[in-house]
Design a protein around this ligand. Structure first.
Ligand code: SF4
Ligand code: SF4
Ligand code: FES
Length: 522
């Protein structure tokens, strides 16, 4: 573990740490473009030059390992002059189209220019080398060649991470430009990541382009609901609307990346189809009802005989599953899990899991079989049940159209809790609108048994409410929990698998469940 001095302060780091990381440990940023901690070092942008005692020339921090006794200066006159020169060089042919550039506000050229350069260009705009603009290079990404600083982050990502190698650098000198290899498009399941790692506005995300200026957006840490991997994300949102998901670094789950399919899952949860208020069925029509009446009516519907069952999908949070199991347990009802994925669902050996549910492992950990929904449907069809609760569950994923109609006839009482109106709603007596994963606090357990936190990013739409809050009202002693964290604390007291965990110490990287889990058939 070498100890070195950076700008007069001592720091001890792991063997193999480079100077950018060592400085970061002290809270000092060494400006850089081409270096990315998830990629091999390229050392081509020269922005990270620092002065090292006993070395005659400035050295690049990204490719210099910290060693014992090293004395490094990151802010000396020599370093600042070099930085200014590098920036001037990088900007010689840059179009400076910040006012119309989607990267403005999160562009490292803008940031470093303001911090380290601030000089007028010695090259008039007319004399600049012009290259291609707004080139459609794949389903997710637009390329602006003029803005590219040739840092090769994108090509390294495509060579090292996806190993698809669609992009390369072509031509020579100041005509060098990033481009597609002939006959290919940037079309791989992780292509959106290149826009995240491009330090300038050369690669931008088509879905996000021109929809919002980034300085208006808020960020909330969350978990992608797209599959069982549970990639860590930040939700970028404003005034109740989600604008994009960005991967959040978690070395134990997704490193710095996420897939394109997951990146677009935010669209499911906003806009069309969201349930905005509780409704009751009156003959063939729906009648809105106030929340007070809803709670009383649901209690009434659950109060009949004990031939009661619930199906809870693996889209539900751990807290919702726990409370629903408790509600059913108090009434002698049975509970089954439901983890649905479409036929031919995408999967690979990297991040994408064929199980398109974020919390199948959470069901199992609470002793609920995620494949038992069909058995409950069969029992209902056989007339063994009188009432059914459907929690985030669309019956059309479990049975045929005819069977759904038969269920509607055979069951005396059906209550549906969901974010959207689905086929389940059509046979329900009451539909209770609940918050989406982005509108409620809670946890999911990923495929590796890692419990991860969802922070609430948005207020629930319309009159919908967090599932944990609504379910707490149906317990014999209505729950006193005022937050998902309190429900989680109760779960961890109740379950040996979650034992000892508290929401606060799960932290940003999640925590692995205790190894011993209730045995439930796969
Ligand atoms: S497109 Fe972006 S990531 Fe790729 S080389 Fe250019 S600046 Fe770097
Ligand atoms: S791999 Fe799964 S969890 Fe990760 S981003 Fe894609 S869909 Fe979301
Ligand atoms: S970050 Fe070190 S040379 Fe680019």
């Amino acid at each position: 573990m070498p100890t070195l001095e950076i700008d007069g302060r001592e720091v001890t780091v792991e063997n193999g740490t480079n100077l950018i990381q060592a400085a970061e440990k002290l809270g000092t940023e060494i400006p850089h473009y081409c270096y990315h901690p998830g990629l091999a070092v390229a050392g081509n942008c020269r922005m990270c030059l620092v002065e090292i005692e006993k070395m005659p020339k400035l050295q690049i921090a990204c490719n210099t390992r910290a060693s014992d006794g090293m004395v490094v200066k990151t802010k000396s006159e020599k370093v600042l002059k070099a930085r200014q020169s590098v920036l001037e060089f990088l900007l010689i042919n840059h179009p400076i189209d910040c006012p119309i550039c989607d990267q403005a506000g999160e562009c490292k050229l803008q940031d470093y220019y303001m911090d380290h350069d601030r000089q007028d260009s010695r090259v008039p705009v007319e004399a600049k080398v012009h290259k291609g603009k707004a080139i459609d290079i794949g389903p997710m990404i637009m390329l602006d060649q003029e803005r590219c600083i040739l840092c090769t982050r994108c090509t390294r990502f495509l060579d090292e991470v996806t190993k698809t190698g669609e992009l390369g650098i072509f031509q020579r000198g100041d005509h060098s430009q990033i481009g597609l290899f002939p006959g290919v498009a940037l079309d791989n399941p992780y292509s959106g990541n290149v826009a995240d790692i491009c330090p300038v506005g050369a690669l931008t995300n088509k879905d996000f382009r021109f929809r919002a200026r980034v300085w208006y957006l808020e960020r909330t840490p969350s978990i992608c609901p797209g599959c069982a991997t549970g990639c860590n994300i930040d939700i970028h949102h404003r005034r109740g609307e989600m604008f994009r998901f960005r991967p959040r670094h978690n070395p134990d789950v997704n490193s710095y990346w996420m897939c394109d399919e997951g990146r677009l899952t935010y669209k499911r949860y906003q806009g069309e189809g969201r349930l905005l208020q509780p409704v009751r069925r009156v003959e063939s029509d729906w009648q809105p009802i106030p929340w007070n009446d809803t709670t009383a009516e649901v209690r009434g519907l659950l109060a009949g005989d004990s031939r009661l069952a619930a199906i809870v999908s693996a889209q539900a949070t751990n807290e919702e599953i726990h409370l629903l199991a408790k509600v059913l347990g108090e009434r002698g009802g049975r509970i089954a899990g439901h983890a649905w994925s479409p036929a031919g669902a995408s999967r690979d050996d990297f991040l994408i899991d064929g199980d398109k549910n974020p919390n199948t492992a959470g069901l199992r950990a609470q002793g609920i079989d995620p494949a038992a929904a069909r058995a409950v449907v069969d029992a209902a069809l056989a007339g063994e049940l009188s009432a059914l609760v459907l929690f985030r569950t669309d019956l059309s994923q479990i049975c045929s159209e005819e069977e759904i109609d038969q269920l509607g006839q055979r069951l005396e009482r059906v209550v549906s809790f969901d974010t959207h109106f689905t086929r389940s709603g059509e046979i329900s007596d009451l539909i209770v609108p609940i918050a989406s994963f982005a509108e409620t606090g809670g946890t999911f357990t990923n495929r590796a048994g890692r419990v991860q936190r969802l922070a609430q990013a948005l207020a629930p739409v319309g009159q919908s409410r967090p599932g944990w809050e609504v379910l707490g009202e149906f317990l014999s002693e209505p729950a006193s929990a005022t937050s998902a964290a309190e429900v989680f604390a109760e779960l961890s007291n109740f379950s040996s698998v979650f034992s000892g965990m508290r929401m606060t110490d799960i932290g940003e990287r999640g925590r692995a469940l205790a190894a011993e889990q209730p045995s439930v058939a796969e």
